[in-house]
Ligand binder design. Sequence first.
Ligand code: SF4
Length: 466
Amino acid sequence: MRVMLVDLPARDGFVSKDTIAGGYGSRLVPFSRVTRLVSECKRRFHEVPSVQLAQLAAILTRHGHDVIWSRGELPRTDAAIVLSSLVDHRHEAVWADECRRRTGAHVGFVGLAASKLPELFRSSADFVVIGEPDAAIERLARGEALSGVVTSPPVPDLDALPLAQWDALEARRRARRVVPLMPRPYGGGIPVLASRGCPEFCTYCPHRILAGHRMRSVGHIVAELEALCARFGHPYVIFRDPLFTEDRDRVLALADAILTRGLTLRFECETRLDRLDAPLLDALHRAGLRAISFGVESVSPETLRRVGRRPTADPHQRAIVDHCRRRGIVTAAFYVLGFLQDDWASIAATIDYAIALGSSFAQFKLLTPYPATPLWKQLAPRVYERDWEKFDGFTPTFEHPSLSARELRFLLGAAYTRFYVRPSLLSTWARVPTRSVRSVMRWADGRVAARHARREFATMSRTVTC
Ligand code: SF4
């Protein structure tokens, strides 16, 4: 059987799918000069192929099937498996209709969006997989004709899966080039999942609503890294687990195994800051760690507790970010604006904190009640947005108790401007260590912040009245 794995590029904005927002995806349509720049950077460094599809490629090739990848092309195949998303679901459904009409392929959808909202895809597909797709695609690979809504149970033992397979994809990937100050090469890296799910309980998070938390063994991960080194030489690996360092001993053993086996790779990971300490960072850095991303979300511990998130103490957050700066590990902090407790002052305080923390990069998003999360159940009566594609992380979707949609959008833009348009960011990127330079930069920051504030006041006095 010839099977096409389909990861469609979106029609507008910068769209990330696969493991972003648990698989619902995000879409940044630039709405200011700074977000345009951020979007362009993402386009060059964050276009990463789907690790979910690479996992399915491995299952299909193990059974002797011919696998090809598609970014929208329509060659003749027996079956097409389309990666679904929330933010681009209409485009995906239209493409599937066209694929069935022109090629006669048996078309199915996989992913979180298909699992939680199968009705968005049902009329455009021969089958829609609900749940982790591995078991269902195993059935397809064994010759079963999948049809309708297909329930697929979670994989209990991740080590039982074959290693993700990139053979059919790699020939069409653009070249990767190292760029100064950027840990991730131009052209992206290779994603790896060392675990699935998350053991935490943040009520707004879609990472934990498909299946429970499970981890691969160190031996299984190292086998995959060895295969990547053999195929790509010196790969840049992006661990896409939401909580990579959950088990400290396990990641220490992984770092040890990378060094012992002489694997020459660089990697980045995502985690919580309370799951990091200086000796662990040093061990990971020796093994190739060059960047980490982590959620800070809000400066207010009480706000975080209200959404089931355990706050991390401020001194610990600052100590970890400082240690990373000294080690040359790039840091990216995530923030969420528009929690129910938020008002203008608390969001301004979160933006100030993002600057003071001193991470290399920051990503700000609006609180989004993703379908099937506990937050969705809580906020459903307040949700006014009926277009699922607007649940993209950057669009207001529900009636906030104290901030209008325009104010939220404005504060989101102000967060990006304040974080990225300031002199001290240059000293952070250049890792300038001296106190005197830093204090000069802070003084310059104050001047720039005052200028931002004057512009913001002028802008809001025009827009808020509408
Ligand atoms: S720590 Fe919270 S926000 Fe992060 S992946 Fe886990 S549940 Fe989601």
